[in-house]
Design a protein around this ligand. Sequence first.
Ligand code: DGL
Length: 274
Amino acid sequence: MDNRPIGVFDSGLGGLTGVRELRRQLPGEDIVYFGDTGRVPYGSRSHETILQYARQDIAFLLSRNVKCIMAACGTVSSTYPTEEAARLPVPYMGVVNAAARRAARATRSRKIGVIGTSATIRSHSYELTLRRLVPGAEITAKACPLFVSLVENGYVDGAPPQMQQVTRLVIGQYLEEVRAAGIDTLILGCTHYPLLAGMIGDYMGPGVTLIDPGRAAADDLGQLLSSKGLRANRQQGQTHFFVSDVPDSFIQTADLFLGEYRGGTAEQICIDQY
Ligand code: DGL
């Protein structure tokens, strides 16, 4: 038993989709969330910059005495090296392995699609992992950079019809070749994409299973904590939010990602100190 918090970080607010899953699956756990809102987006940056940012984000969470770390960000999970993660003083989990395992279980045809930020697709993280898990897999990968801006501006499932129309147009533009590849499983490899799952599902059709990496990682993290005897023994945990820009935009947008969030505070920190 361990009542220290779970540390979760992301380039910004998108990682709150992962927090939403953790809260649902592990309600007794305290969570410390860091969103690097001052330096978002990561997905269009170089490998070196993403790595440096990830190291600082992890150092901040470690300073908060977390018992494990979840990188909710698809871009960080695709960039931060496994060997370095293994040397951290607490267990670390990204979203790539968890999502790839779900996709491997879901596919029947071995034709799998992956969408994510430019950095995620450029890293080939999902392809490398999927090829180990699914011999002979045919993988179609596509960067969809506009999806992040659409989501952050509210062009999500359930938005007014004209807004959804814009999103559906972009979805058609990006996913035409992915659909034409005849995949039966699609990994939504970026924190923001689960908020478009309804419209992406409509476009891909009912025969395609969508994989939400945040949900998969939250599930795996629960199992990891149980296997290591690190679960908290309380009924209801709390979540503490930290950001690197002024908290105003966090408070305005957080509910979109978190669902349950009803206002409250986020504390600004200087990430350059870590
Ligand atoms: N959180 C990022 C990811 O999941 C998306 C936003 C960004 O580019 O920083 O890849």
